[in-house]
Design a protein around this ligand. Structure first.
Ligand SMILES: [Zn+2]
Length: 248
């Protein structure tokens, strides 16, 4: 078994699970249960890692359907996801490398349980509420932990935001989603993102929103070509490296 997941304790009931720098998941516990937010690459058994931390019953949710956030779903029976991202996830389940891996291990991806805005995971003293945040993917969600004043936005509010993928929605729609999340801004002070190693000050939301707005308004004078594994697109830099909005 690979040992990739570095566990970092954020407070007495939140743990950051850094999957070898490839992506980040979280374990949040209350008095009666726990929630795993994203299962990451699946190379290491995230369930076993979480069960070393807590013996509470665990629910699982994917912030969105990208492979670096869902492949560890093979270690669970049921995983919550927004219905608009089930097709995205199932497409990545057909990747030949993943197909080969599940053939070799005999594991199978969890059954998806659709979850939409307003769903509250009541962990006992800690509640996490689902908010829809479409853009990076059609069914992206954020989770708000009001007690800790933390928002978990997945890949939607990241220093380097990828909006060039085939499943990404138009930038204007992403901008509308980000503006809608701003309504909650008085209820959180920190972000825990899908590719982070620490708490991020939530004032980053405004910086990030402004950058997305600039792309939508056509302020592209400083934009540069950006090469990724799917080809070359464009990137809108804002602030210091690696801050950029990558777009089609
Ligand atoms: Zn993603």
């Amino acid at each position: 078994m690979y040992e990739r997941i570095q566990v970092k304790q954020i407070n007495d009931h939140i743990w950051l699970l850094d999957d070898n720098g490839d992506s980040t998941g979280y374990l949040v516990t209350g008095e009666k249960s726990g929630l795993i937010i994203d299962t990451m690459t699946g190379y290491e058994n995230v369930r076993a890692v979480a069960e070393k931390i807590t013996d509470l019953p665990l629910a699982v949710i994917n912030t969105h359907g990208h492979p670096d956030h869902i492949y560890g779903n093979v270690y669970f029976e049921k995983v919550h996801i927004h219905p608009a991202d089930i097709a995205v996830a199932e497409r990545f389940y057909q990747d030949p490398v993943f197909v080969q891996a599940i053939k070799e291990t005999g594991l199978h991806p969890a059954e998806f349980v659709p979850v939409t805005e307003g769903k509250v995971f009541d962990l006992g003293g800690i509640e996490l509420e689902v908010y829809e945040l479409p853009g990076h993917t059609p069914g992206g969600i954020a989770l708000l932990d009001r007690k800790d004043r933390i928002l978990f936005p997945g890949d939607s509010i990241l220093e380097q935001t990828w909006m060039q993928l085939p499943e990404c929605l138009p930038m204007e729609q992403f901008l509308e989603s980000l503006k809608r999340i701003q309504i909650l801004r008085s209820e959180f002070d920190y972000l825990l993102t899908g590719h982070g190693s620490e708490l991020v000050d939530a004032s980053f939301c405004e910086v990030h929103l402004k950058a997305v707005e600039e792309v939508c308004m056509g302020k592209k004078d400083n934009d540069v070509p950006y090469t990724w594994f799917g080809g070359t697109c464009m990137a809108h830099p804002y602030g210091k490296e690696p801050r950029r909005i990558v777009y089609k």
